[in-house]
Every structure is written in C-alpha cells, then in structure tokens.
Design a protein around this ligand. Sequence first.
Ligand code: ATP
Length: 327
Amino acid sequence: MMKKEIEKIGVFTSGGDAPGMNAAIRAVVRTAFHHRKEVFGIRRGYRGMIEGEFQKMGPRSVSNIIQRGGTILKTARSEEFFTKEGREKAYQSLKSHSIDALAAIGGDGTFRGALEFFEEFGIPAVGVPATIDNDLYGTDFTIGFDTAVNTALQSVDRIRDTAQSHDRIFLVEVMGRQAGFIGLAVGVSGGAEHILIPETKSDLDALCEEVRSWARKQKGSRIIIVSEGDELGGAAEIGRKIAEKMGIDYRVCVLGHTQRGGAPTAQDRILASLLGSVAVEALLDGETNVMVGEASRKVVRTPLRETWEKKKAIDERIVQLCGVLSG
Ligand code: ATP
C-alpha cells in the first residue's frame, strides 16, 4: 500500500512543562521547513487541539526561543481528551486545517493520548520525550531533566553552606512522585549524606541509625535528599518522624516548582534540537506511534506503548556509590 505523503505537521506541548520544550518546537518547525513541509503550532496541548487553537509557524516564529524555559505554545491537561467525544472534536479541528501528522512533545500521558487518537482516527504521531522526571523508557534522558537537576543542585549547594555552619540536618525535597531520577542525580552530585527515592526500600530505623552515626563521625553538613514520592513521605513528614524518634533539630526545604523553570542547559538544548528534528524525519519516513529518544548516544525509536509499559531502571551503581561516598 502506498503511504500518504505528509504535508502539514501539527506540533504541540502537553502535560507538565519542561525546560527545552521551546528548543524542541524550534527544531520541529525548522526541520519541517527544511523539508518544505508546513507546520501548525497547536496551543495548550490537547485542549487547544479540541478548541482549534492553531497558528501557522515558520522559521521566524521560533526565533529567540532556544534559550527560554517553559513553552511558547503553552501546555495544559485536558479532561475532555480522555473522552471519545473530545477526541472526535480534536480530529475535526485537525481535519479542518488539513493537518495530517503530529509531533507530540511531552510525557507518558501525552503519548497515551496520541496512541489512542491514532487508533481511533489514524493521525500519525511521533513522540518527543520532554518531562523533568526522566521516567520514560526508550531514552537515556528526557528533555528538561538535566536543567531540573542543575537547578535543584544550585539550591542544595547553598543549603550546604548553612547546614555546615550550624551542623544542622536538612531534608531537601525534590520533584519525583513516581520516579527518583532527579533525587538520585541531585543527591550524588550534591554530595548528600542520604537519598530517599521511590525505587529503593526506605527504612526509618536504619535512617535514624545513620543520622546518629553522623554525629559520631563529626560530619558537618548533613543533607538528606527526599524524592516527593518516597514511601516514607515527603521531606516534612520524614523530618517529623525522625524528630519523634530522636528529638533532633532539623530544617526542611521543598524546592517545588523552582525545578521546572529557567533556561535549559546546553545538554537539554542539544537533546531537544536532535529529537525535535528526528521526530519530523521519522514522520516523513512514514513512521507512527513511536517515541524518538537517545540511548547510548544513538537515536532510537521506541513504540509509544513501551515508553510507559516498560520501566526505566535507575542506575544501581549510583545508588551504591552514594552509600560509599557519604562516608
Ligand atoms: P508529565 O510527565 O510532565 O506529567 P504527561 O504527558 O505525562 O507529562 P499528563 O498530564 O499525564 O502529562 O497527560 C497530558 C494529557 O494527555 C492529559 O491531560 C490528557 O488530555 C491526555 N491523556 C493522558 N492519558 C490519556 C489517555 N489514556 N487517553 C487519552 N488522553 C490521554
């Protein structure tokens, strides 16, 4: 069967914003232009797709955005897109603009939506992984992760100064409801004494024993990094639990949304430029329902379903290393 040539690509960002989304939009628009294809930006993700918020884009509409955090196309979560009626409306909107393929920049929810949409209406979609959480199978890193880690790290470095000066225990909470990639990376690069992430078993008694040992070892800074989704709770709750058992003084710092914003790092800009561009090439090759990613320095295409059905493993070596280096 002859495949239909793609002429108009719709690009959108969806789910949580991540630094580097703009660099990815730029890469999609300029690569499509390079191949003489038209691009429409869809504002506010699936919500804008349903409501017909489209804007024609060309190389100049993505000038001066590579360095900006957030997303110029805005992002949203859409309850309506979970319904068949909502997706039908989105299809009619796309049809009325003759958009025949989608570059979907976001996380697993965005990809679930894209797959469901393809299965019902046959609009080819390629996913570009952009989420600070790095929790997608099929790519070593997601766009936004490196920036979020570096932003959190700057805060941890500052907290270390005050922790060291007061010999005080600090619990620093980082993002990661389901995944500890940010927690682990911030913990090892920030020289944390202990890291609590959802992927490893957290034991309050063992943690208290370790905290006691820090006084014996005369450790100055005593930083515990807590992923928000740890089984023992968030940083405030864990601090309370430790204090109840040991009666110690401690401080909590929740980094929260500061981790989402800011200019993307060079690494995120490069990854976004590469993956935005190869997403367009994949669509033009007739590919659909895949996410483009980079694994072991090679561009790879992974079926969308696998990106959430398979679990990306955390790096056990780094987990072990933190235990050794916290000495
Ligand atoms: P992040 O990882 O940063 O949260 P995400 O892409 O996973 O990003 P979600 O909020 O999970 O973000 O999903 C974005 C949107 O995708 C949802 O608001 C919804 O409109 C659509 N979506 C998610 N799952 C489905 C699904 N199973 N069917 C249809 N649409 C879906």
